[in-house]
Design a protein around this ligand. Structure first.
Ligand SMILES: Nc1nc2c(c(=O)[nH]1)N[C@H]1C(S)=C(S)[C@@H](COP(=O)(O)O)O[C@H]1N2
Ligand SMILES: [Mo]
Length: 247
């Protein structure tokens, strides 16, 4: 998996103010993304706090028309059922063989009713369809149409607790990412089971992937297995990418 350092000019400029972030936020260390002792990363925490306090949290990412759909490459893991790759998953391979009829999404953590959801269960929720631009940190972008269940509906169905702060996503290829509640409850944050009007193709994350339209591409976790709601930031290690890259 290719993982690159994302150093935007904005991050670099704000770095000088980074230590201020710590001063402004006494006692908040477990509620903020980690910096791994990296000076540049200290700017991330301040960027995050500044954006979250200054920008309207629920503004929508631009949506496009059907005539604007583009070709859409698949990157990162493109097949966890492929034995010859390092991201091979025996469990995923079995599920794929039975066209995901036995696949279940586990929703756990800070929810009153942890549970397992089949694709059919998820398709019972009111669906949202959106045509959006995917922006990968590696410099490409593509426009696709996504249909799925708004994450907010699923979280409320599972009885999300008032102490919840983050939602963590775990995939069959070992990939994991997390988002905060503002992104989790955002109307365009959906668990997509269809792309461009057909069921989600395997290279794009079958049977279910996350779409977080106000974040860079790597937050949109493919091949979902488990969602864990937490009241503290869960450190998944240094991916080499900033934890928060709102767009
Ligand atoms: N499970 C999983 N999800 C993932 C990745 C991955 O490697 N594995 N790559 C991420 C990155 S960096 C991007 S740009 C998008 C790519 O989605 P696509 O293959 O549908 O273009 O998926 C994201 N989600
Ligand atoms: Mo990406």
């Amino acid at each position: 998996m290719k993982r690159k350092h994302l150093l935007t000019r904005r991050t670099a400029i704000i770095t000088g103010l980074g230590s201020l972030g710590g001063l402004l936020l006494p006692g908040c260390s477990k509620k903020l993304p980690p910096t791994y002792g990296n000076l540049l990363r200290m700017g991330d925490a301040l960027t995050y706090v500044a954006q979250r306090s200054l920008l309207p949290g629920q503004s929508l990412a631009k949506e496009y028309g059907h005539h604007e759909l583009s070709s859409f490459p698949a990157t990162g893991t493109t097949n966890p059922a492929d034995k010859s790759t390092p991201t091979f998953s025996e469990a995923y391979s079995r599920l794929n063989t039975s066209t995901f009829s036995d696949w279940r999404l586990s929703v756990e953590g800070k929810v009153a009713k942890p549970g397992l959801y089949s694709l059919d269960d998820l398709q019972q929720f009111p669906a949202r369809t959106q045509i959006t631009r995917h922006n990968c940190e590696e410099g490409w972008s593509a426009i696709g149409e996504w249909t799925g269940v708004p994450l907010t509906l699923l979280l409320h169905h599972a009885g999300i607790l008032s102490t919840a702060r983050f939602v963590n996503f775990y995939a069959y290829d070992g990939y994991m990412e997390s988002i905060d509640m503002l992104d989790a409850l955002h109307p365009q944050t959906i668990l997509a089971y269809a792309m461009n009007g057909s069921s989600l193709p395997l290279p794009h994350g079958a049977p279910l992937r996350l779409r977080v339209e106000r974040q860079i591409g790597y937050k949109s976790v493919k091949y979902l297995q488990r969602i864990v709601v937490s009241d503290e930031f869960v450190d998944m290690g240094d991916s080499g990418w900033s934890w928060y890259t709102g767009i």
